[in-house]
Design a protein around this ligand. Structure first.
Ligand code: SF4
Length: 468
């Protein structure tokens, strides 16, 4: 018995003559090439879309865009790793025609073209729309947290800052006392010297000053916390009762083929107020009058679902009318209406059984509860449809996290993170379409338009020839 043997490293081999021979006709890398070649990078807003007339020539943005799309489709998203791919990966060599940009050029491309990258995602979505790959009847909306480029220790709220400042004050006081005691006892053996302690005090005071500065910043602005590495990221609850510094990624997914119609990024931990926005975008893209949107309880917010309806009356068990008297905030986005009729309760024989409040019974309901009740009834009637929500919307998140390795952001700032997520969902959509249509069919559709134009031009040329 023996194992399958490889060839000797010094043996002569006959390799295919062209790089093109290494990339098969149905290799997905050909789709990236064909798709990017159809783009008008100047119109999409890419920098250096027109080559410089003077100086050292730069890279064509199309080449760097192809490299990034390839990277996101293949779990390689850092600029250093992408640089390595240009030197070692035959598919990338084919895609970039043996160009080997350094990691700085690759990094700068993503940094300088955030908006244009989002436009590329939208452009591919419009192609999917033209190819009739969206059902346009049912969409599912959901959000998921992705770790930002900011560690937990570089995030401060008023509460944590107060705790840290208090700790530093105690520590400074302790060192001050130590200096005094050392002066009295004139101890100079193994204990720190006066100068050493003073240096420590100085360092602690500087830290305290820094934290006090953060506290001032929080108090002067309307933010509740400060992230010092990526200032726009926020502390959010994540899976398994954990917390991390994240962005909240929102998606709307069409039910027909689980293709992502639109995506967005927010730094609010809750999904409140996003349903109308993101589902509305899908409606606009589809250009339809009605669209069924499936969402979980995270989006259960009356303000977002409908304008407030406030004039309601509640009838108590004794038939008394309880009137809406005031509104009270429950959280940042939701208010509740308090219904009461203390006059009637004061005369009621059942008051002791009905409420412990001496003044009388108070009924609290979130604003627009009636409307939410109707939403509940509609959900109960369409349980089967609602069950599909999870299957539809969680598929893209699961795929980009597990399949494409996209669990955290490499860049800082909301716009940069949005560009990263646009790349991830563009790659997801491309992979889905490859499964649905196949590589050859997609290339035919992508390049077909080009062929049609050149054919028209050809006919026109013949026509002119005949006239002359
Ligand atoms: S206490 Fe007030 S709310 Fe309760 S039954 Fe009597 S009147 Fe109605």
């Amino acid at each position: 018995m023996r194992y399958i043997e490889g060839i000797h490293r010094k043996s002569k081999i006959a390799l295919p003559e062209y790089v093109d021979d290494y990339v098969t006709e149905d290799n997905p890398v050909r789709i990236i090439d064909a798709f990017v070649e159809t783009l008008d990078v100047g119109e999409l807003g890419f920098k250096n879309a027109t080559p410089k007339k003077r100086g050292r020539p730069g890279y064509n943005p199309k080449d760097l865009l192809k490299l990034y799309i390839y990277g996101y489709m293949n779990k390689v998203i850092s600029s250093k790793k992408l640089e390595k791919q240009t030197q070692t990966n035959i598919e990338v060599m084919w895609l970039l025609r043996r160009l080997t940009p350094d990691d700085r050029s690759i990094y700068e491309f993503r940094k300088n073209n955030k908006h244009a990258i989002n436009e590329v995602f939208k452009h591919f979505t419009s192609l999917l729309n033209q190819w009739d790959l969206f059902g346009k009847e049912v969409v599912a909306v959901d959000g998921s947290k992705f770790r930002a480029c900011n560690s937990k220790k570089n995030n401060f709220s008023s509460k944590t800052l107060n705790r840290k400042i208090k700790y530093l004050e105690e520590k400074i006081q302790k060192y001050m006392t130590e200096i005094e005691e050392n002066d009295i006892k004139e101890l100079n053996t193994h204990k720190p010297t006066k100068e050493e302690i003073q240096a420590k005090i100085k360092e602690l005071k500087e830290r305290k000053k820094k934290y006090e500065g953060y506290k001032d910043e929080i108090e002067k602005s309307d933010i509740k916390e400060i992230s010092t590495t990526d200032s726009e990221s926020r502390l959010m609850a994540v899976n398994n009762n954990g917390i991390d510094i994240c962005y909240n990624i929102q998606t709307v997914v069409d039910s027909k083929h689980k293709l992502v119609v639109d995506c967005d990024i927010i730094n609010n931990p809750t999904d409140h107020c996003m349903l109308s926005k993101i589902a509305g975008n899908a409606k606009e893209i589809f250009d339809v009058k009605e669209l069924k949107a499936l969402a979980d309880k995270g989006y259960y917010n009356a303000t977002d679902l409908k304008e407030c309806e406030q004039e309601n009356i509640y009838l108590c068990p004794q038939g008394e009318k309880l009137y809406s008297r005031r509104q009270k905030p429950i959280d940042e986005n939701t208010k509740e209406i308090v219904y009461q009729n203390f006059e009637a309760c004061g005369k009621c024989d059942f008051k002791d059984k009905c409420t412990k409040d001496k003044r009388g019974r108070q009924v609290r309901r979130p604003i627009d509860q009636d409307f939410l009740d109707r939403v509940d009834q509609r959900t109960a009637k369409n349980k089967d449809l609602y069950k599909q929500r999870q299957m539809i919307v969680e598929h893209p998140f699961g795929t980009i996290k597990r399949g494409l390795g996209m669990t955290y952001f490499l860049t800082k700032g909301m716009q940069s993170a949005k560009a990263e997520i646009s790349f991830a969902f563009l790659s997801y959509n491309m992979k889905r379409v490859i499964n649905i249509l196949g590589v050859k069919e997609i290339i035919k559709r992508l390049t077909g338009k080009k062929g049609f134009v050149s054919l028209q031009f050809h006919k026109y040329a013949i026509f002119l020839e005949n006239i002359s």
